[in-house]
Design a protein around this ligand. Structure first.
Ligand SMILES: NC(=O)c1ccc[n+]([C@@H]2O[C@H](COP(=O)([O-])OP(=O)(O)OC[C@H]3O[C@@H](n4cnc5c(N)ncnc54)[C@H](OP(=O)(O)O)[C@@H]3O)[C@@H](O)[C@H]2O)c1
Length: 252
């Protein structure tokens, strides 16, 4: 089992790398700028007897994506599992939208995911001589509500992932590939650090979550690793919400 995780050096991707390695996956950790964080995760996994490799690459570059699959295969064997966790936010009101920032947002969050899925399909498909495989795309609960204020574009970049994953899964279902879109709610990671550091904002956000709290990266990793496993063998083409019971409107 070789698992490639995009954006694997921090947050949800990093938590997934640790957990998956502890369950026997060989893990290829893609990173864009976080060289040291990625190497530290590899060292931690290896210290526990696991196998891992850190692979630089930017998911907006098609050649980098191909290179990632090649390098993962060379180091650990053919990629059988893929988690698309690389993603960026965009906090902007619609009136202030900047075209270049929108292009970057969709290049990373949507097209990057789609191209990684294409690469996985080409290599995993049993019709192409592959062994089959599993893909988990990390989208967002934001996609279900148009995002919190200032996150409409981010939300739409994730909603597109949900829809794509459904079609992708149907197209590849008879070729040994399962695919699921996992929608985290608000999770405490570097992406949300600034927002959640303000106590008032945090408590306002938590008042809209049924469980009354934000989630932790490890809670998402648990769901990802289960979806990757054979225990989820009949689950494909769906979205799974990991969101503390979902959004509630107004005070709980
Ligand atoms: N935290 C939440 O509340 C939440 C909720 C719903 C969904 N999500 C989604 O969960 C995923 C993981 O986010 P996170 O919360 O774990 O935050 P995070 O720690 O910021 O993780 C995002 C990772 O993606 C990497 N990345 C960004 N652009 C990339 C690119 N072009 N190529 C390769 N890697 C790239 C980042 O590395 P660099 O900094 O080096 O670019 C970073 O390591 C994202 O897709 C996010 O949208 C998060």
């Amino acid at each position: 089992m070789t698992l490639l995780i995009t954006g694997g050096a921090s947050g949800i991707g990093a938590a997934t790398a640790h957990l998956a390695a502890s369950r026997g996956h060989k893990v290829a950790i893609n990173y864009r700028s976080r060289d040291q964080q990625a190497r530290k995760i590899v060292a931690d996994i290896e210290a526990k007897g696991g196998k891992a490799v850190a692979l630089p690459g930017d998911v907006v570059r098609e050649a980098d994506i191909r290179g990632l699959f090649d390098a993962a295969e060379k180091a650990l064997g053919p990629v059988t599992h893929l988690v698309n966790s690389a993603g960026i936010g965009l906090n902007s009101s619609v009136k202030d939208f900047d075209a270049a920032a929108l292009e970057r947002l969709f290049a990373v969050n949507t097209i990057g995911v789609i191209l990684c899925c294409r690469e996985a399909a080409r290599r995993m498909s049993t019709r192409n001589g592959g062994k089959g495989g599993v893909v988990v795309n990390v989208s967002s609960m934001a996609g279900t509500i148009g995002g919190r204020p200032g996150a409409a574009a981010y939300a739409s970049s994730k909603a597109a992932v949900d829809s794509f994953t459904m079609g992708f899964a149907k197209e590849l279902a008879t070729e040994g590939i399962r695919a699921v879109s996992l929608r985290p709610g608000m999770i405490e990671t570097e992406m949300t650090e600034k927002t959640l550091s303000d106590r008032e904002t945090r408590s306002a956000i938590e008042s809209t979550i049924a469980m009354g709290r934000v989630g932790q990266a490890g809670e998402i990793a648990n769901a990802v690793v289960w979806l990757l496993s054979d225990e989820a063998s009949f689950i494909s083409g769906v979205t799974l919400d990991a969101s503390g019971g979902g959004f509630v409107f107004g005070k709980r």
